[in-house]
Design a protein around this ligand. Structure first.
Ligand SMILES: Cc1cc2nc3c(=O)[nH]c(=O)nc-3n(C[C@H](O)[C@H](O)[C@H](O)COP(=O)(O)OP(=O)(O)OC[C@H]3O[C@@H](n4cnc5c(N)ncnc54)[C@H](O)[C@@H]3O)c2cc1C
Length: 415
């Protein structure tokens, strides 16, 4: 029988690691049990032949308060996208810039072929709304779906279809915009006040940093918890671990199995990674499908944003598919994506090699109306049993980190 730590944390994603680190800093002994072969959960990076493949395209917003609080952002060497996006619509690229961050781009933005000048002014209004009050207050506001909220604000159907469906399709992983308006305001605030970025070593670098200092006894990989009973966590190998407190910091699906809470419904995505000899686009900017013709909803040339994502002489393109299209078989998806992207970039894309297809059917817990989306609060199921993770906060890196920290602080407060 091994030592009994003060706290067992199940899952070494961002929530579990944030929880473990906060506990350790408060002097608690912690053991993290992780079912897979590495840390990071949904935010992991695989390095193969000099390419960095995040497990699905995602970005860290450097405005996330918890990222600023818990991560050493300088050590992550963040490589930033420029604000705004290039929207492909009706055979042309249109630049949508953020007029508050780049006032010089206002004229180009106002005249871009997506939405009217009035729409662009409404963006300023939405931005003002999103910036109002604390995040707690934002999440306490009434909610509707994002689509209804945008219509109510008076955005034109062209702006909604040409920009919001693609941009928020990428953020929420759904183009119907049925996600809560609270998440619209929350993410809008984060995009307006920060930059979308990639750590130079990939999204997995966040978890590596949080796990620093956890020894082999403290962090055990390849250990799956199958059942919880009293203060015992039963493991797949038939043994059990005990602790004063147990934190279920798994994804929502595993948490439902362990805690008997309701099943989670997910948003999924599929990411196609292509290698090109020459970059099809030499700007670190997000590219969006404003026509909705698909299958690719959003795209980035990651090696232009972060040169460390590809070996010398190569470029890495990440093309993401959301909604039902994400479930199409690999061959079909690749063929359709090639037609679309050759239409966008012509010869620059023609020789692209498909390197990898990353399927993430369980990427984000749905946050449709009525939603649980909130600034996290510690959630205790019974004395000594806690649940942390993005699904008890916001489906985001911010939510996972915050939920982990607050859970740890609540445990520390129990003495
Ligand atoms: C493709 C994709 C794109 C995204 N884009 C963004 C973005 O741009 N910006 C953003 O802020 N967020 C984004 N997210 C969301 C963000 O990555 C997640 O919200 C966050 O990583 C969730 O962390 P977590 O710790 O709550 O859960 P997870 O990362 O799911 O960690 C849970 C851990 O528990 C382990 N586990 C599960 N069951 C068991 C068990 N029985 N025993 C032991 N261990 C177990 C798992 O292996 C996993 O390591 C994206 C996610 C995906 C997948």
């Amino acid at each position: 029988m091994r030592d009994r730590p003060d706290v067992l944390v199940i899952g070494a994603g961002l929530a579990g690691l944030s929880c473990a680190r906060t506990l350790r800093r408060a002097g608690k002994s912690v053991r993290v049990l992780e079912a897979s072969d590495g840390v990071g959960g949904r935010a992991r990076t695989d390095v193969v032949d000099g390419f960095r493949f995040d497990r699905g395209f995602q970005v860290l917003l450097d405005s996330y308060p918890e990222a600023r609080r818990q991560l050493d952002l300088a050590a992550l060497e963040l490589q930033r996208f420029v604000p705004g996006a290039l929207v492909r619509r009706r055979g042309r690229f249109h630049r949508i810039a953020d007029p508050l961050r780049q006032p010089s781009a206002l004229v180009g933005t106002a005249l871009a072929g997506v939405g009217s000048l009035v729409d662009k002014l409404r963006i300023l209004g939405l931005r003002r709304d999103a910036a109002r009050g604390s995040l707690d207050e934002l999440f306490a506001r009434g909610e509707t779906s994002t689509a209804e909220r945008l219509l109510r604000d008076g955005f034109s159907p062209t702006m909604i279809d040409g920009f919001f469906r693609a941009f928020y399709g990428g953020v929420f992983l759904e183009r119907e915009l049925s996600t809560s308006s609270r998440m619209l305001e929350f993410t809008f605030r984060m995009f307006a006040t920060g930059s979308a970025s990639l750590p130079a070593k990939g999204m997995g670098a966040m978890a590596s940093q949080l796990a620093e200092g956890l020894g082999r006894e403290d962090l055990q990989l390849g250990v799956r918890v199958t059942r919880l009973e009293g203060d015992a966590a039963h493991l797949a190998d038939g043994t059990a671990e005990r602790a004063g407190h147990v934190v279920i910091a798994t994804d929502a699906g595993a948490a439902a199995t362990l805690a008997g809470s309701p099943e989670t419904r997910w948003r999924g995505t599929t990411c196609l990674y292509f290698a090109c000899e020459r970059a099809p686009l030499d700007e670190p900017i997000l590219v969006l499908d404003g026509d909705g013709s698909g299958p690719v909803n959003h795209l980035g040339v990651l090696s232009v944003v972060a040169p460390s994502y590809a070996p010398p002489g190569a470029h890495l393109v990440s093309a993401s598919v959301v909604g039902d299209a994400a479930t199409r078989p690999d061959g079909e998806l690749e063929a359709a994506a090639r037609v679309q992207l050759e239409g966008w970039f012509g010869d620059e894309f023609r020789g692209a090699r498909l390197l990898r297809v990353v399927r993430v059917p369980e990427a984000l817990p749905r946050q449709d109306v009525p939603t649980d989306a909130r600034e996290a609060a510690p959630r205790s199921l019974r004395p000594g049993l806690w649940v942390a993770g993005d699904h008890v906060a916001t489906a985001s890196i911010q939510g996972a980190l915050l939920s982990g920290r607050l859970t740890a602080e609540a445990i520390v407060a129990k003495g």
